[in-house]
Design a protein. Structure first.
Length: 258
């Protein structure tokens, strides 16, 4: 199971988001506190952010985050008002590839998933492939449940005039139908260049941990959602099960029941 986090607020460097916190995603990759299954998250990592013109960018590597020397060089230089990070624990053997490394991105959307779907390859993926339009499926490059869920989300968004909240509601209704009595864990992070949407949700199981955080010492004026608190300073509040968190510029976070 993965650990992931997102930041929205005043411009900060990747170094402040990724490397400097005392319990950063780097530490959570080898010493997580609250994972339900995996003991380490060493099956790749990825970073997503936005340029000043709203263009989304990603940096992904299927190797453990601690083994990448480029991050130390890039982190002080890259700056953004949005950050998304994921350290991955693969649920399927042999799936550790660049194509399967989150976050996933198409256009202005960035997507990370902490969770899994039981029997995905045999039960749920065939149903998703029957559902997807060819032009949406064409942008799937790996074989993870996460990327397929992102594709379903992208197909549903135009049906709801780009409203992420309504699309998520429809997505979960469809997931329930595909899952039946099976188990699925659905902690999502979705960024559209304007807001951050974070879910803590599961079907047939306890959802993974997720926190809403504000730390004026390390992230003045900013908000974070993270699988685990980044530090002992600031205020980190557990997100209730089956809830959606929305981070918006210049306003306090919203929490909505799913």
């Amino acid at each position: 199971m993965c650990r992931h986090a997102s930041y929205l607020g005043p411009l900060i460097s990747l170094e402040k988001f990724l490397l400097q916190p005392s319990h950063s995603l780097v530490e959570q990759s080898y010493l997580p506190d609250e994972t339900l299954t995996a003991k380490v998250n060493a099956d790749g990592f990825g970073i997503g952010w936005y340029l000043d013109d709203g263009t989304a960018r990603r940096y992904i590597n299927p190797a453990p985050i601690w083994s990448d020397p480029n991050i130390v060089q890039l982190a002080p230089v890259l700056q953004s008002k949005f950050w998304l990070g994921n350290v991955r624990s693969a649920t399927v053997a042999g799936s550790i590839t660049s194509a399967n490394t989150p976050p996933y991105g198409v256009g202005r959307l960035l997507f990370s998933h902490n969770g899994f779907i039981n029997d995905f390859a045999t039960k749920v993926r065939p149903a998703i492939r029957r559902y997807l339009a060819p032009e949406i499926e064409a942008n799937i490059h790996g074989n993870t449940d996460s990327e397929y869920l992102f594709a379903v989300m992208r197909q549903m968004l135009p049906e709801h005039d780009g409203d992420v909240i309504k699309a998520l509601g429809t997505l979960f209704e469809q997931i329930y139908e595909w899952l039946g009595n099976d188990v699925g864990l659905f902690n999502f992070l979705i960024l559209d260049g304007k807001k951050v949407y974070a879910t803590r949700h599961a079907v047939g199981h306890k959802p993974p941990s997720l926190y809403l955080g504000q730390d004026e010492k390390h992230f003045p004026g900013g908000w974070l959602v993270a699988s685990e608190p980044f530090s002992e300073s600031g205020e980190w509040v557990p997100v209730p099960k089956h809830h959606l968190v929305i981070l918006s510029p210049d306003s306090r976070p919203q929490q909505i029941a799913l």
